[in-house]
Design a protein around this ligand. Structure first.
Ligand SMILES: O=C(O)CCC(=O)C(=O)O
Ligand SMILES: [Fe+2]
Length: 333
């Protein structure tokens, strides 16, 4: 559907931590950060009741997945002393840093902080910053425009939530973009809506899961892109990796991309901003920017959280909080 006017919507903060709340969360984060590093139990449950109620209540509300916007922006999160933005992929520059505790606590209030064995070595917390030579990758190490996607579109156990905490804004007003399917459906025709609900799409494994693999990337079985009751729609879509089975499906995907664009909200994350996204309701992406590789580039930290991991998958986990490699559980769902 062609859109005559494209409004730009700016994300509204739902929650701003007071200085006291940020201080309490930081103290708790310092206590819990080390628990994430092996061989600790990584059980943070004793700390969760002390997460400031204002934040905890908002997280518990958000995790229900009944709101239509699919995102929650928390401002005023403490980040502590931050070294230069890393230059290389996977440097693990912040092992043991208290901000790890913050992300883990938020992840564990929403569900459970979880990583994937075949993405970033199973790391639970991911550094999002530009990497030289990867500018054009459709991954968070790139710097060209990163189109709308839901996270880990190929995976049977997609995260329920992702969180992006800004440590450094970088040199430009780079926007993180979020678009809710529950808003976008108003821009789809009945036919487009119906086609998106059919098993007419396959998704390639994202390149973050196939680093080091040569040859063609594997793909999923056929899946729906849109599902759920009216008003409570859900999305499984990655503009770079989700492929249509035929022309009708291709047109429907094009209409979806335009509909998401029409309802997109943009947020330039500032240090201490934590953007939480319901990964089944909202697609997200990022505008293009020009990295300088001078230690002052944009730097976010990302986590995934799952409300529940099935018992069988739990027993196949290679280590605590790390889901088995996709190839080992593909086809089960
Ligand atoms: O850089 C951003 O704002 C978002 C990157 C992204 O999509 C991700 O890390 O999952
Ligand atoms: Fe992403």
């Amino acid at each position: 559907m062609a859109l005559a006017v494209r409004e730009k919507h700016v994300a509204q903060p739902a929650l701003r931590l007071t200085r006291d709340e940020a201080g309490t969360l930081w103290e708790l984060s310092e206590k819990s950060a080390g628990l994430l590093d092996p061989p600790h139990s990584s059980d943070l449950s004793e700390f969760l009741p002390d997460v400031p109620a204002h934040l905890r209540d908002a997280l518990l509300d958000f995790r229900e997945g009944t709101a239509s916007s699919g995102y929650l922006l928390v401002k005023g999160v403490a980040t502590g002393d931050i070294p230069d933005t890393p230059l290389a992929y996977g440097t693990r520059a912040l092992v043991g840093h208290a901000s790890n505790g913050t992300l883990a606590l938020v992840g564990d209030v929403l569900g459970s902080l979880i990583g994937y064995a075949d993405e970033k070595n199973g790391d639970l917390l991911h550094d999002v910053h530009p990497v030289r030579g990867e500018e054009h990758r459709m991954e968070n190490s790139g710097s060209v425009a990163f189109d709308f996607h839901t996270e880990n579109v190929h995976h049977p156990l997609r995260p329920d939530f992702l969180g992006l905490l800004s440590l450094r804004q970088g040199h430009e007003a780079t926007a993180t973009r979020v678009a809710s399917i529950r808003h976008a459906v108003a821009h789809l025709s009945e036919d487009e809506n119906a086609v998106l609900r059919r098993l007419r799409f396959r998704s390639l494994f994202p390149t973050s899961f196939t680093r080091g693999l040569t040859g063609e990337r594997p793909a999923t079985a056929e899946h729906r892109v849109l599902f759920g009751d009216p008003g409570y729609e859900f999305l499984r879509f990655d503009s770079f990796n989700t492929k249509p089975a035929d022309l009708e499906a291709e047109r429907a995907l094009g209409a979806l991309a335009e509909a998401l664009e029409a309802v997109c909200v943009e947020v330039v994350l500032e240090p201490g901003d934590l953007l939480l996204v319901n990964n089944h309701i909202a697609a997200h992406g990022r505008s293009a920017f020009t990295p300088r590789y001078d230690g002052r580039d944009r730097w976010l930290r990302r986590f995934y959280s799952h409300r529940a991991v099935p018992g069988w998958a739990r027993l196949m986990m290679p280590s605590k909080r790390v889901l088995p490699a996709t190839g080992d559980i593909q086809g089960i769902f």
